[in-house]
Design a protein around this ligand. Sequence first.
Ligand SMILES: [Zn+2]
Length: 1047
Amino acid sequence: MIKTERILHLKSCRGRKVRVVREHYLRERVPCYSSLCQAGCENDGKVLPGDLTHYVIPDAGVSGDYLEILEFRELQGIIFTQTSCQGVQHSKGRRQYKRLRNLLKDPRHDCVPFANEFQEYSYCPREKGESQEKWQTRCVYSAAVWYYNHLAGMMDVVMITEDQEAVAQYSSLNSGVYVISVQDYLRNFCPELQVAHDLYSSISQALQEKESEGTEREYTEHLPGELLEAGIKSGRYIQGTLNVSKHRAHSEASIMTDGLSNKNTDLSWGVLVCGGKNRNRAVHGDQVVVELLPKSEWRGKDNTLAEGQGEEKSGEESGSKPMPTGRVMGILQRNWRDYVVTFPPREGPPPQTRNTQRILAVPWDHRIPKIRISTQQADALQDHRVVVRIDSWESTSLYPNGHSVRVLGKAGELETEIQTILIENCIHVPPFSDAQLKEMPVNSAEKPWRMDPAQVAERRDLRESHLVFSIDPKGCEDVDDTLSVRSLAGGKLLELGVHIADVTHFVTEGSLTDLEARSRATTYYLADRRYDMLPSVLSADLCSLLGGVDRYAMSVMWELDAETLVVNKVWFGRSLIRSSYQLHYELAQALLDGEQAEVPELAGLGSEEKDSKLAQLTQALEMLTHVARHLRAQRDRGGALELEGVEVRAQLDKDKNITALVPRQPLEVHETVAECMIHANHWVARKIQETFPHQALLRRHPPPRQEFFSQLVESATAGGFTIDTSTNKALADSLDQAVDPQDPMVNRLLRIMATTAMSQAVYFSTGLQSLDQFYHYGLALDRYTHFTSPIRRYADIVVHRLLTAAITMDRGVDPGKALASNKELEETAHHINNKNRAAQQAQKISTELFQCLYFKERDPQSDQSCVADAVIYSIRDNGILVFISEYGVKGPVYLRNREGQVVAVGPEGSCEWQSGSVRRYSDHISTTSSCGTSTFRLFDHISVRISVRSTNCHADTLTLEVTSNRPLLSAGPQQPRSQGRSQLVQEVKRLAEEAAQEKAARKPKVSKEEREFSQSKTPNLYSLLEEIRELALLDLEGGAQVCETTA
Ligand SMILES: [Zn+2]
């Protein structure tokens, strides 16, 4: 090892220049991470393959400015030198540096680091008078030469730099080491990768623009980090996340204080930030620091109805009384993501030249400010949706500057809109890569999958001893749970078993499949398609516990006292099962009810054998029901809630196409299966929490904030009911009582409101919360987790691993691999929680998209399907909020319009706009005009006309107008209310397909994006509904979305 000195010129936080001398150690051996290495480097972890045409080494400038291009997985064999990495850290900041480090860690990206400044033969000290940039470029070049020599000339090396002088200076110095610009590199080595070329030109334009920025100040400067920190400590400033109002994006934002600060209870509703100057360049989602304004300048939130309103928690309607108001002093962390924007329509004739133009692109998300983009394609891209990234927002610039990343397609087309939804929710679901699929077991006709004898020897074999069966919806393909129940000890004991697909046997921790599943965190269900978390060979085949085949399972088995149903013993472990019956709910219920039913598995048997097997199965189902009733009653006593769930079921034909949606018969067997799963989840939660008190992944459901119940309580009172929200038990009981025998909608609406008021259930690491915080409010259980759906939830995979480690430790064996620490687990939990929210949001918006596409095809004036029956569930200053059960739509209905006219009700209930006035009361709202006074009461049924409001730049929205203050009689309750929605999705899909065919006729090739994004296009409304059903039954989290997406 050689010791040298290295002189660094650093700037202190206060801007003073400091000269630092550091000892610098050089080594002969620094890993090269290449599979071609003959020198015996210690290459642990990721290595570059040897079968590439070259390795590529970006210099510091390229690594900083063009990292997004280097992120394309198509670019292989990238070496990031230490010099480049440090360059990124210094010039681009923490965020970009973190991004680079993640890239290096991610095994799905073919890139490695190289500690060139520690390598004796590649290090070059900085020369006197040499600029930082020139020195960095020289270092990187020297590293490139080192690689070429180290790999004995077996691999050419290409250095990329935007420094033209370096290109001239170095390109002919060494054969085998090439120095070219980014653009030349892309032209020569990735001519096909159009997205990269487009991205290159948009980034380089943005960089040029940046040089020609103005100097006039539009905003106050942000304070430096240390002053912000000090201010937060002293209590002068408040830290939080900026949350821009969806409906008043320009004027209103608030700071949610993350529950941190709060001696000051005034701040429990957050801090209001009014107007752009006070927001001071903070973007929705940023971590900001605010200072409170003097009390005299405090303002209240606007309380009138705005477009698309109606889904906020009722507590947000905190009236317009003044609340703490502040201004942004600085930003702790930007939370910028990819944004979808639309280029505005041009005014005036197009320019003659193809010069770069600066345009203000309008983000799809209302809460994001317009973004200034430099582009040569402004005309070609009119009416298109484009993905952009924000680069910077200087105080001299009214808008943030950004660059475009790629084009999604024409606004309004189904595929463009679906991709928009995915990107806006940060959902990234590329097709599974070949490398990932190579990890998967094979199961084909030629090479059928077989159980491993070693596994057979190790596992508890239940194939002969236990009658295992599954109960799922009709036509279910991915069966992840099965059940067994039998009587022991001459009827004194009962044994209940829940057997779950053993996904972690196939998905090794840290494998590519595992990493991909982790980053997805869940299977995504949109209105017309689904994106799986795991490849289908697992989700629909080897991990699906189908009837009649051998499968690995993770089992939980309880031994209960047959009399008292008290648990004597519980066994957790890996098992082998062969499910005997794949039942569906209706069939299981029919057997329970003693009805004549045909069990397909018994079809070929003689009548005696058939009868005996049928009796055995029926007895098992009865035992199961008996146990589940007991478990449910136990939880009910504890205060478990039943909220508004899905009440529709998809009817499928033999090709699994949806033929209809019919109201779900609430079968007891649904509850039975759900109860067994809840029981398993609960016991697994206990097991892993007891074994790993500080690092187990559990799921908690915090009690709701009482304020959020205000709307529920007020509405109920207006309807003559009393709702007690003091505990979950009181709430559950009072909701059961609040029934209007004349109108079942009333109870349903109250349950919807209760669901909306709920907090979200979240995953967490047990080390981070005190024991009393573990409680699951909705299920009334002290501990809960997710164990029963590892095929479509990553949390369950984590839990399976924890359970496996716990079982291993019970046997006195060290589990081997170190478990995730509390901190790591909390990160995982946080990630999964975010992805779940994104999944819910995407599902909800995709449903709204379909609603809009459906009504867009219709003339609201003449088409009868545009008029629907609606129930009033909330009263506002200038209108009402209604729920249309036929289409599952919630939204505002204005009773006073912008021109000041009001809805006047004429004879027969028909409505028209007239001049007049509106008056709001707690349980009703009245309009007065020359026609007289008309009143709209809470829970009244009225008729509304549905039309679509198109804005091009944003998602379309539905507009509701009252046509009559009387119920729409044709839509009686006898009509299956989901019929409309079923037709709706079917019809929109048909139209989109027709349009696509028409387009295909003109343009034979499907765009890359279309291929990329239509990963699984089978009609999956069915799975969507099933997923929602499960969420609704098992957990509260799905509840809120349930009432928004289905009816
Ligand atoms: Zn080596």
